[in-house]
Design a protein around this ligand. Structure first.
Ligand SMILES: Cc1ncc(COP(=O)(O)O)c(C=O)c1O
Length: 338
């Protein structure tokens, strides 16, 4: 049995999800004719209490479209130094938006209102970039699935209102945070100017992310999506998977979190492991001691058919997901025992 914990993106659609996909009504989405895409967009916009939504192939695209829509050349984007938008989107802030970053040192990726306030570029200073966007990530991938205290987000929101700077959320794994805190999408919709959510991570879809925002932001994003070649046609087959996932795969994320906690406990007993990041949601990050490198450790795990990824110096990441069951967990424990 292969235990694949490289990411929560490795899941395959369930048979019920496939049935929903094949049954989808579709049309040409570039012409606005795909009723299933429209239904998914309307549904998520309503869920978050936002005006509009745009269905896209990836979370990278939804983040980058938001950044493009909110900034103009010569801007800066304030974010944590470990943000996905900065580290893992191929320099898109620079390439797509001709903009720079102000990188903050957050607590496992969570930045504070004071840090944001202190890093906003001075007004009318011709020497600096112009701060045009603040971007948060929740849950935070590099922080090991850490999530924000909503009260801090409210304070950041206030700073952004005061300074008239839009606030974006990379919510690729927002539902993982929501099932832990009991907060609602509506609460998040009130706090952000744009939100990116992914369907192809914890929710188990083969493809798809949504950008949520005002009519104006989404109209701009739709245009940039087309420019990037991201206008798609009968995408309703994929949107149907998203609708199915919203109906069936949100509540169960708690199970992924429970299994992640068990994995964290298993590694407590391992001699090569120096530290385990707090396991808040579905991501487990372990820090190795000097007895082995992260590359060697991932290789050693692979030899036992356990797949994980290196995640920086001495760090290895595991992510639980829909296709990782209690049977996999039991098997993993056995494999690691010897
Ligand atoms: C926090 C976060 N944001 C955005 C993305 C980008 O999503 P995609 O792989 O669909 O481009 C990821 C992907 O892992 C992610 O972890």
């Amino acid at each position: 049995m292969i235990i694949d914990l490289r990411s929560d993106t490795v899941t395959k659609p369930t048979s019920q999800m496939k049935e929903a996909m094949w049954a989808a009504e579709v049309g040409d989405d570039v012409l606005g004719d795909d009723s299933t895409v429209n239904a998914l967009q309307e549904r998520t916009a309503r869920l978050f209490g936002m005006e509009d939504a745009l269905f896209c192939p990836s979370g990278t695209m939804t983040n980058q479209l938001a950044i493009r829509a909110h900034t103009e050349p010569g801007s800066d984007v304030i974010c944590d130094k470990h943000s996905h938008i900065y580290l893992y989107e191929g320099g898109g802030i620079m390439l797509n938006s001709l903009s720079s970053v102000k990188l903050l040192d957050g607590d496992r990726g969570r930045i504070t209102a004071q840090q944001v306030y202190d890093s906003i570029s001075p007004e009318n200073d011709i020497h600096s970039t112009v701060t045009r966007l603040v971007s948060l990530e929740n849950t935070m991938n590099k922080g090991g699935g850490s999530y924000y205290d909503i009260n801090e987000i409210k304070k950041i929101r206030q700073v952004c209102w005061d300074k008239k700077i839009p606030l974006h959320l990379d919510g690729a794994r927002l539902f993982n945070a929501l099932v832990e805190t009991g907060e609602t999408p509506l609460q998040y919709g009130q706090l952000f100017d744009s939100i990116s959510i992914c369907l192809s991570k914890g929710l188990g879809c083969p493809v798809g992310s949504l950008l949520l925002g005002s009519k104006r932001t989404i109209t701009k994003a739709r245009r940039f999506r087309k420019v990037m070649g991201g206008g798609w046609r009968q995408a309703g087959f994929l949107a149907a998977a998203g609708i199915y996932a919203l109906d069936n795969h949100v509540g169960r994320l708690k199970e992924d979190h429970m299994r992640a906690k068990v994995i964290g406990n298993i590694f407590h007993e391992k001699s090569e492991v120096e530290e385990i990041f707090p396991v808040d949601t579905n991501i487990v990050i372990i820090r190795l001691n000097d007895s082995i490198t992260e590359v060697e450790y991932v290789q050693k795990l692979a030899e036992k058919d356990i797949r994980a990824v290196t995640f920086g110096k001495n760090l290895v990441r595991f992510v639980t997901h829909l296709d990782f069951t209690d049977d996999h967990l039991t098997e993993m424990r056995k494999k690691l025992a010897n």
